[in-house]
Design a protein around this ligand. Sequence first.
Ligand SMILES: [Zn+2]
Length: 501
Amino acid sequence: MESHVHRRLLAPGALAVSLLLAIPASAADYEPGAPGIGDSYYPAYGNGGYNVSHYDLRLRYQPATDKLEGTATLLARTTQDLSRFNLDFLLDVSEVRVNGTKASFATSGEHELEITPKTPLPKGTPVTIVVRYSGVPSSKQAYGFTSWHRTPDGGVAANEPEAAWWWFPSNDHPLDKATYDVSVAVPDGTQAISNGTPQSVTSRKGWTRFNWRSDKPQATYLATLAVGKFDVTTGYTESGIPVINAYSEDLGDNAGAARASIERTGEIADWLAEYFGPYPYNALGGYVPNVTTGYALETQTRPFYSPRQFAQGPNVSVVVHELAHQWYGDLVSVAGWKDIWINEGFARYAQWLWSEHEGEGTAQELADHVYASHPADDAFWTVKPGDPGPENQFDIAVYDRGALALQALRNEIGDKAFFAILKGWPAKYAHGNATVADFRAYAEQVSGRSLGSLFETWLYEPSKPGAPAARDAKVVASRSSVVKAPKSWKKIAATNSVHDH
Ligand SMILES: [Zn+2]
C-alpha cells in the first residue's frame, strides 16, 4: 500500500535535534511488531509495525552446491513505536544491522526472524535493515514444504503465496509492496533471471553478476529468481515495451511448444491492454526453467512457466492467463488472501475472452459449459470463490465459477459498463491492494446498479445457483449442447494446475 519513503533532508544540527525529540520518555511505550500482518487465512504471513519501500538484494549462488549467500538491505518505515520487529525468512542469518548498528536476532515459529534493534524505533521514522545470510534453500522447509525448485543446473524461487522465505528476508504479504534491485553472481556460463529490467552484466574471476531492477511496487510473492543455463530472446511489443524471455536449454520435447507460446508475449500484452488499459510496467517477458512442477505463476513482468504447461503442445492461453495477472493480481493485488477471486476469476475470464477472440468458443459458451457440466451435487459448488478458505484458495471453482460470476455480471449490466469496469479497476487501484467488496462497490458505482444479490449468488452461495438465478444471469442451464465443451476448453483446463503444495 505504502510505496515511498520520503526522506527529509536536514542540516546536521536539525537532525540531532529531531533525534533527541524522537527519543521517548519511557521505552515502555515501545512494543514488538506483530508476527503477522493480519491476514485471515495466513495469520503468520507478513509482519506488523513497518512498511518496506525497497529491497536491495546482493547475492551469490553456486548451482553445484545450491548455496545462496549475500546481503539484503531493506528500506522501511515504522508504523508504530517498535521495540522489536519480525521478518519472514528461512536461511541462516549471520548478522543484522538496523540503522547501521548491530541488532540482536532470533528465529521463531515456522519462518519468523525476530530482530531487536539496539535502540527502539519511533513510529514514522525511516529504518535501514541489513541482513547478511547464507544457506542451502533446498534444505529448508516450512509447514513441511519448499517453494525452492532445485534444477540440474541451478534453482528457482516461484510459488504462491510463499516464495520469498527461501531467498530473501521480507515482510511477506501483498499488502507491503516495494521496489527491487536484485543482483546475483553465478558461475560464468550460468545466468540469473529475475523481474524487471536488466541493468548490467559484469564478469570477474569466474563469476558473472546479473543486475535486475523492478522500479514499480511489487508484492514479495511476485519477486522471482531463476539460476540456470538459459537461451534468452529479446524483442519489443508494438507499444514499445522491451520483452525478455528465457528458456532453459534443457526443455527437451517441450522446447518448441514453449517458445511458440511465450514468444507471443508482446502480442498478448498489447491485446490485453485493449481490455485492461495500458500495460503497467517497463519490462515484459516469461521464463521456462527445467523444473519438474506443473504450474505457472504471474511473477511480475516476467511470469514463470513450467515445461509441463507445454507438454500437450503450444498453449497461448496460459500466457494470456499469466499476463492478465499483470493487471489483475500484480498491479492491483489482494488485500488479503481471501480476495483471491480478484486475481484468478479475472485471469481465467481473460482466457475466455481470448477464446472468443480466436473463435474457439465465446465467454458465454464457456460460462454455459461451466454451469451445465457440474451437477448440483458436485463439490465444485461448495467452494465460494469470494471467500474460498485457505484450503481451497486455488480450487478450480475460484477460476471457473469465478469467471462464470463475471459472465453473470456482464449479462446483468451490459457490455458497455462491464468493459468500462474491466479497464477502470486496474487504474483505480494501481500499485495498491483491494478486496472483493471493493470490486463490488466499484462495479455498482460504474454500472449504477445494486449488485448485492448477484455477487451473493455467484460468489458466496455454497451450492449450485438454481435455474431462476441462472435465467436471471442469462446462463444456459440445460440445453444438452452446452454440456459439450467449447473448442478452447482443453487448453484452458491445461492451465489449471496452478498450485502444488
Ligand atoms: Zn492465476
